[in-house]
Write a protein that binds this ligand. Structure first.
Ligand code: HAM
Length: 417
């Protein structure tokens, strides 16, 4: 017996309906926003992630699935979708398309993390990336997409936390102030924070340990160190959100775990998923495209963790709908199996989902099976039906029957759909 690798999950036939519902809802919303799907490979050159996400981040320094391929290249399974989209944008000169360009993706992502509820080693993201301008209207577009997506998925009580981490210029000053503040407090802080002090001081602000949190509470605020342009951007976005009626909270603790962000960063969080309560994270990254060889391009985006979304939807009792076959065609005896096959083929051609008996079971067993798979209608084919050309369509939920010409089954079922 070979088991599934730690931190991964199968989506079983009974559960896939939840994924279809979630993905279809998100794709539908993407169409309403004029966003187009982009598909990039599952693996990329390792250098792409090192350069964009940053080698001081947990993702790059500890969590990547990196290996050498048979040609001696260093390859990494993608830990997120933003860097691959940026790579593709540059490589395919997508800046020659009309900008702004809105792209979305549904991807598996891989991070070697300690698995727990809502934290996996292979997980899935829906992401949206908007390219082509530094205007705060693009930030609003992304945030309102995410906000509407959560509503469309039937979720309640997910809060938006918003911050600005400025540009590299205003961050220089801020990091100095931050390091000065933490310098004599590191003794009481956790080992990860001690390490972050040198490597990635902004992340001292989002440690989850209660002691580190209380120390961080008194730290200087980034919003007090923003340059005039970054401040104006942040204020305009807040005003746009106010005008759109999207509730948010400015939270100076939101710094995000990836290095490419500039200015706006945001997360949608819930208290209902324990420690892994961030269902969506994103922000602006105006320097990423240039850092991997493209022209400077204003960009903003987000990604939602699909496992976390679905867990929350389950918790909140969202109705995912059902995927039920419309007709189950049964043969009185094996003699009529060919005719049944013919009928289901005809139904499928007419866009009606249909199935039939293929293992030679008794009629009673076929009815049992039809019930189990929750088929909507049952149709029995036997000598009588062939002779008279009349069949009965049985509603398997309430037992009612109606007669119909054998040639009209598809038309009659279509009326019922
Ligand atoms: P991220 O915050 O690393 O951002 O991930 C986005 C979302 O993916 C998280 O909020 C969470 O819901 C989900 N997620 C992350 N790690 C795991 C895990 N190990 N198991 C389950 N779910 C997880 C990014 O990935 C950025 N690329 C988002 C972005 C797009 N920023 C701009 N554009």
């Amino acid at each position: 017996m070979i088991n599934i690798p730690k931190g991964t999950k199968d989506v079983l036939p009974g559960e896939s309906v939840k994924w279809h519902y979630t993905e279809d809802t998100l794709r539908g919303l993407a169409a309403l926003y004029n966003a187009h799907e982009i598909r990039t490979p599952v693996f990329e050159h390792t250098e792409l992630f090192v350069r964009s996400i940053g080698d001081g981040t947990d993702v790059v320094s500890k969590e990547m699935y990196t290996f050498e391929d048979k040609g001696g290249r260093s390859i990494t399974l993608k830990p997120e979708g933003t860097a691959p989209v940026a790579r593709s944008f540059v490589e395919n000169s997508l800046d020659s398309m009309s900008l702004p360009l809105k792209m979305y993706y549904i991807i598996p992502a891989f991070r070697y993390e300690r698995p727990q509820a809502g934290r996996l080693r292979e997980f899935h993201q829906f992401g949206l990336e908007v390219y082509g301008a530094t205007s705060p209207y693009l930030d609003l577009e992304c945030i309102s997409f995410a906000y509407e997506a959560l509503i469309k998925l039937g979720l309640k009580g997910v809060r938006l936390h918003l911050n600005s981490i400025g540009c590299p210029e205003c961050r220089k000053d801020y990091v100095v102030a931050l390091k000065k503040y933490f310098a004599d407090k590191l003794d009481v802080m956790c080992d990860t924070c001690k390490e972050r002090y040198e490597r990635n001081p902004l992340r001292l602000l989002d440690c989850k340990s209660p002691v580190c949190r209380s120390v961080a509470a008194g730290a200087p605020k980034i919003t007090e160190h923003l340059c005039a342009d970054c401040r104006a951007h942040h204020e305009k976005l807040c005003a746009l959100l106010d005008a759109s009626g999207i509730p948010y909270e400015v939270d100076e603790g939101i710094v995000r775990g990836l290095d490419y962000y500039t200015r706006t960063v945001f997360e949608f969080v819930t208290d209902e998923l324990g420690a892994q309560g961030t269902v969506c994270g994103g922000g602006r990254y105006d320097n990423l495209v240039a850092s991997i060889g493209g022209k400077p391009t204003g960009c903003v985006g987000f990604a939602m963790g699909l496992e976390r979304l679905i867990m929350l939807m389950e918790k909140q009792g969202v109705d995912f709908g059902e995927e039920r076959v419309t007709a189950f065609v049964m043969s009185q005896t094996t003699e009529y199996a060919d005719k049944c096959m013919e009928i289901v083929a005809e139904l499928r051609k007419n866009g009606i989902s249909a199935d039939t008996e293929m293992t030679g079971r008794s009629l009673k067993a076929q009815f049992k099976y039809a019930d189990k798979i929750r088929a909507k209608y049952g149709i029995v084919i036997g000598g009588n039906e062939i002779e008279t050309g009349k069949i009965k369509i049985k509603n398997l939920s309430d037992g009612t029957e109606e007669e119909c010409d054998i040639r009209d089954i598809a038309a009659r079922l279509k009326e019922k759909k």
